[in-house]
Design a protein around this ligand. Sequence first.
Ligand code: NAP
Length: 500
Amino acid sequence: MIPANHFGAIMNKNSAHGARDIRVAVIGAGMSGILTGIRLLEAGIRNFVIYEKAATLGGTWRENSYPGLSCDVPSHHYVYTFEPNPEWSHMFSPGPEIRAYFERAADKYGVAPYIRYNKQVVAAEFGDDRWHLKFADGSEDDATVVIAATGVLHHPVYPDIEGLGRFAGPCFHSARWDHSVSLEGKRVGIIGTGSTAIQIVTGLVDKVAHLDLFQRTAQWVLPYPNEPYSEEQKAEFRANPDKMTEMFWHMAEQFNSSFARAVIGDQTQMARIEQRCRMNLEHNVHDPELRRKLTPDYKVACKRLIMSDTFYAAIQRPNAALVTAGIERIEAKGVRTRDGVLHELDALVLATGFDGHRFMRDINISGQDGLKLNDAWSQSLEAYRCLAVPRFPNFFMLIGPNSPIGNFSLILIAEMQVDYILKLIARIRAGECRALAPSVEATQYFNAALREAMKDTVWVSGCRSWYLDTNGTPVTWPWSFERFKDDMREPQWAEYELLA
Ligand code: NAP
């Protein structure tokens, strides 16, 4: 820990100004933006607005609409803690149900009227103790506090493959699904074998004439059955909401004490998960050659672990093929692999992932003395406890750099972060300071500790993944759930600079 009196001099700059009305601008109306709106209203803050660049809300659940879309986190755990949902159809419910859940929450908690659609923030500049926002439509706004709730997996990555533009048929990224194209009875190629591609394979295989899955790297797959909830079970949930809350915390406990520990170095937990993945391959992939091709050469969970009990069956269907020869180039008629074979296709899906390090950096953000966020982050994405940046006063992030995206429930994380940020805001609102930002020293200290702890995690054990930044450092959380909870319990005031 940083010595208690380390920033005493900074704290002394603080002086009382009396309570003040503040205006909060939230960027993004996905899971965490809606949550922020709910919490702001609960805190009695009505002078806020949620700017959403698209025409509807839902974030990742709006952007992704591919066949087979679901969430591989159990539905009763993929909820706001205060809003259980008795209507989930399955253990892992499909994407449209999840999107509808967030739409209902925005309505039920009175957040919907605060959302301004088709308002893309293009610049945010701090000056005169306020943030000056500019929008793509030329309009402007001011706010005391900005909260970026812009998500992580938001910017599609298009593969750098020769000839991509030459393909004659429809070709689109998984997060830009073209629903005007019917794939019924067609020959479809899918590039990529991440969580997205694996869900698409299951969702498409029965509809298409032929499916080619182009694999560059094999994936570990943990099998999880996806049972539907019966009407009796749903009625029981409706009658007894506490049961859902109990389930939520039971799942949290189970997950946080197993997977979340395994990824940060608990070898006993990791061995259990690895054994389940190996048995899944052994029992469910019958052809030894296919099994060999599907066997990864890196540690389980080094890449984001796939959860599926349908993928192996789907890829063994007679109309499906796993192509591992490596892509040479894309031609008008299909994909040419390095063994010289042309895989003729009618449509091509790019399930090639996202730039998980771009965050809200397309917005031109300048803090104190005109410092650009992109300059501050030119070497590495250094944030203070995942949610603030030195010299960017009153600017906070949800699911910012190093948030536990690969560890535990994202919704729970966002809830803890919002509650923490509201404590910072309370101080500004009380007039104890005009603005606040974490100190450079505290941020450096936090990031040095992060880097040190990363050495024990599975993400650095030797694989390529979107968790790694350009320096090869994972941008996720190397500690336990309990540590995150402790960190978010109360702001460590000595680590902030308060502008009087
Ligand atoms: P991803 O995990 O980054 O996978 C991208 C895939 O594309 C990889 O298999 C990658 O191969 C391949 N690829 C990229 N460029 C390529 C190229 N030039 N040539 C050949 N192959 C190429 O992306 P994703 O599947 O969209 O998943 C991203 C994240 O979204 C997941 O990790 C997960 O966190 C989240 N997600 C969650 C759910 C859920 O149910 N909760 C569902 C979907 C996604 P390499 O492995 O060789 O790099």
